[in-house]
Design a protein around this ligand. Structure first.
Ligand SMILES: Cc1cc2nc3c(=O)[nH]c(=O)nc-3n(C[C@H](O)[C@H](O)[C@H](O)COP(=O)(O)OP(=O)(O)OC[C@H]3O[C@@H](n4cnc5c(N)ncnc54)[C@H](O)[C@@H]3O)c2cc1C
Length: 419
């Protein structure tokens, strides 16, 4: 057993991969996550298999979470954030603040009695973050809970058969000493409302890729929000919030072409009569087997090289898309009943705050930067490394590989310094 410890900040798939690689090498890992469960964004995404697996990799997330659960070297600190860091490689002091969950994960059996009785509407204030959550326990959303908003409600704490709920918990300070730090704080999804001309938030049948992930994972299919009918004629619009220097995101998000094509295939699998058009500037089809998948998609999906400049709602089920057709060299208009905006990855809003606390640099587009372009994990501060999408856009397999790479770099660095 090695007598060394590492703080991994962020429990998405990249942070999980780093933690597992370190743990199997005998390191003590503190996996710090600000939400009530680890898993990150992809924990809430859907499997995009049709009659065959379409390699979206979403199933890797619960698999890796199960590995964390079985790994005694990893201490999970959920609902937690870093307040202060000092020291250097081999001797970092970290102060964390852990917000109360108000449900003791050791006592909670996730029986669900609390949520059944919770009177908060429309969403229950006490909830299981995900069926694959780790810790597998309920949590209370303070903003939504009557008890914390001036109403004398104690129903859940009185009725919990295991006495797991305690409203009187306060935030706790946790002090840790670690040899190295991996930052794996992930990404924010581009806010499609920033592209006002595309009507997101104004037109009922304009959705984003993230909405599709959530609808497919909770309902298993998609219908028109306006009428509940099956969609007949769907447009996907690529590069919403990516490759766009006017909004400060000049990079490719790497993931949108893939999820859009997989969703398009899934939609046609469920509704073979549905027509689908994908509007794109440039297609990102890199990755094992994806070129062949694109060729298959072209058999039933129409690809138009052009940029939609405006969407207008003619009626709730008729959206007029006005676009610049690059091949024909003209502006054209077409009607669709559902438009999906393929939103991309942006740096987290609080990246500059984390960069300030840790003394690390941000790169051109606001993701965490690395020292050496031949090594994508080492930051300008020795002993602090980055993993996953907080360093730049990546899909799930790439985030896992990058997380493992950051862990290997920690192991090498500490060994080289004789720590
Ligand atoms: C719409 C959409 C669809 C996608 N579909 C697919 C797909 O089908 N297949 C695929 O391979 N990829 C897909 N992706 C990409 C996939 O989501 C990412 O590759 C993956 O989630 C990256 O993992 P991560 O760990 O880097 O980041 P995240 O998943 O963002 O995880 C970061 C974690 O860090 C936590 N955190 C953040 N800040 C702090 C802090 N200060 N302190 C403590 N914790 C913190 C967050 O709460 C989060 O749990 C999609 C992306 C989008 C936007």
């Amino acid at each position: 057993m090695v007598n060394k410890s590492v703080l991994v900040l962020g429990g998405g798939i990249a942070g999980v991969a780093s933690s597992l690689r370190l743990a199997v090498n005998g390191f003590k890992v503190y996996l710090v996550e600000r939400e009530p469960t680890i898993g990150g964004a992809a924990l809430f995404f859907c499997c995009k298999a049709t009659e065959a697996c379409n390699q979206c990799s979403v199933c890797l997330v619960p698999e890796k979470i199960a590995e964390v659960k079985a790994q005694p070297q990893i201490s999970l600190l959920t609902n937690s954030q870093v307040a202060e860091i000092s020291g250097q490689v081999g001797d970092f002091s970290v102060r964390l603040i852990q917000r109360p969950r108000f449900v003791d994960p050791e006592k909670c059996t996730a029986c669900g009695v609390c949520a059944e009785l919770c009177p908060s509407q429309p969403n229950k204030a006490i909830y299981l973050p995900s069926p694959q959550a780790l810790p597998y326990a309920y949590a209370i959303d303070k903003n939504n809970c009557l008890h914390f908003n001036g109403v004398e409600c104690n129903i859940c704490s009185q009725e919990c058969p295991f006495g797991a709920i305690d409203f009187d918990r306060s935030p706790e300070k946790i002090e840790l000493s670690v040899d190295a730090i991996i930052i794996a704080t992930g990404f924010d999804v581009f806010n499609a409302k920033e592209k006002g001309c595309l009507g997101y938030g104004r037109y009922t049948n304009v959705l984003t890729g993230l909405d599709l992930e959530r609808k497919f994972s909770t309902q298993g299919s998609i219908t028109l929000p306006s009428s509940g009918k099956a969609p007949q004629n769907v447009a996907f619009i690529q590069c919403v919030g990516s490759r766009d220097v006017h909004i400060g995101n000049g990079y490719c998000s790497q993931i949108c072409c893939k999820y859009a094509m997989r969703f398009a295939k899934l939609l046609q699998y469920q509704h073979p009569e549905t027509k689908i058009t994908i509007f794109y500037m440039d297609l990102q089809t890199a990755g094992k087997g994806f070129g062949e998948f694109y060729q298959q998609c072209k058999e039933t999906i129409r690809f138009v090289r052009g940029i939609p400049v405006e969407i207008s709602e003619i009626s709730p089920d008729e959206l007029e898309v006005k676009y610049e057709d690059f091949i024909e060299g003209k502006v054209a208009k077409e009607i669709f009943d559902l438009v999906i905006l393929s939103v991309g990855i942006t740096p987290r809003k609080d990246s500059s705050n984390i960069a300030r606390i840790l003394g690390i640099n941000l790169g051109e587009w606001g993701f965490f930067d690395t020292q050496d372009h031949l090594d994508s994990t080492e930051t300008n501060v020795e002993g602090i490394f980055v993993a996953g999408t907080c360093h730049g856009p990546k899909d799930i397999p790439e985030s896992i590989a990058h997380g493992a790479q950051a862990a290997s770099k920690v192991i090498q660095t500490l060994a080289a310094r004789g720590i």
